[in-house]
Write a protein that binds this ligand. Structure first.
Ligand code: PMP
Length: 353
């Protein structure tokens, strides 16, 4: 641990103010790298770049959302010092909240699904969150539904605050204010296509709006096409609602129950990607690019490959990679899980040692 005494006598004592050291983790949310896919993108005539959100301190894009919602609630007075944060989440928002809660003095209760990966569950526990597992497929009218359970926990916890990421404007605003501007700067304003999956819709709505507004200002007559990558089983792309095998994205609810913050008008088109293609791309990313990423990254990159193949020569396609493959070693990288879920890879898995 760096103490004040160490700092005073340390090599950088004269140049690094103590506050900068204390604030380092929360200030490291965002400013993630944009990486060009050299191998997968070869010979397409257009380039594919992925925004590596696994580089956030809590390991996913949802650190941005969690921090944005917590800060907005602190400012508005909804979240009082020391009050408990309660949220229903498929996992990553919970991890972001648990990390931020720990650093800002808020206990965190995460209501999540029984399908959560063992790695994400371990991460939640390691940050000290209380975790309640629910039946993730329970319909909204069921008392077992995660959101209903979260509402009951809030009722029973004095002063508790619930971010409500599905309704909270600070969710898409995180992307409008940070991720979108970063993508614009990192591509030198050359981005032509933006691809994201949709869970709450915060990522696609915030980035999509920012990039469209910016292109209208700076490249008159230009256009950024916003593409929603959707898994099988999700209703967002008009598909038949069913089991969704890509964590964090898609939903099987009727349109009337879609998240309030999801701005459907921002999405120019949807691409529905079969599970086999999603998981094949997850493995190709690791084998050919050395990138260990989660299934929702396989989803967006699979969609980006389709987009880049059909786009005008020289297009610049940006896809969001929400989190790392290490969260899914027991699922995406486990041959038994893949077989149980009838997922067939079009590539051979490199055998483990
Ligand atoms: N991928 C993963 C792994 C996620 O956890 C989430 C958030 N649920 C998303 C993608 C989708 O992001 P958003 O909620 O901003 O639509």
């Amino acid at each position: 641990m760096v103490t004040t005494a160490h700092r005073k006598h340390g090599a950088h004592a004269a140049t690094v103010p103590p506050d900068a050291l204390d604030a380092s983790v929360l200030e490291r949310v965002g400013n993630t790298p944009l990486v060009k896919l050299e191998a997968l993108g070869r010979g397409l005539g257009s380039s594919i770049h992925i925004k590596l959100e696994s580089e956030n301190p809590g390991g996913s894009i949802k650190d941005r959302t969690a921090l944005s919602m917590v800060r907005a609630a602190e400012r508005s007075g909804e979240l009082k010092p020391g009050a408990t944060i309660v949220e229903s989440t498929s996992g990553n928002t919970g991890i972001g909240l648990a990390l931020i809660g720990r650093l800002t003095g808020h206990p965190v209760v995460v209501v999540t699904g029984d399908t959560i990966s063992s790695e994400k569950l371990a991460a939640l526990h390691s940050y000290g969150a209380r975790v309640i597992l629910t039946d993730w497929s329970a319909p909204s009218e069921s008392p077992e539904n995660a959101r209903a359970v979260a509402a009951r926990v809030v009722e029973g916890t004095p002063g508790a605050w619930r971010p409500m990421q599905f309704d909270n404007p600070a969710n898409p605003l995180a992307h409008y204010r940070t991720t979108g501007p970063e993508i614009w700067e990192q591509t030198g304003g050359a981005v032509t296509h933006f691809v994201a999956g949709i869970g709450t819709g915060g990522t696609i709505s915030g980035n999509g709006r920012y990039l469209k507004e910016r292109v209208a200002k700076e490249r008159p007559g230009g256009h950024v096409e916003v593409v929603g990558a959707d898994p099988y089983g999700s209703a967002y792309s008009g598909g038949h609602p069913g089991e969704i095998l890509v964590d964090g994205v898609g939903n099987s609810w009727p349109a009337a129950e879609w998240p309030k913050i999801f701005d459907r008008s921002i999405v120019d088109r949807f691409l529905r990607i079969p599970n086999d293609e999603v998981y094949t791309v997850v493995h190709r990313l690791l084998d050919e690019e050395g990138l260990s990423l989660g299934p929702s990254s396989g989803l967006t990159v699979a969609a980006a490959l389709r987009v880049a193949r059909a786009a005008p020569h020289g297009s610049v396609v940006v896809a969001i990679a929400p989190d790392a493959g290490t969260n899914y070693l027991s699922k995406a990288f486990n041959p038994q899980w893949l077989a149980e879920n009838h997922i067939r890879l079009a590539v051979d898995i490199v055998p483990g040692e």
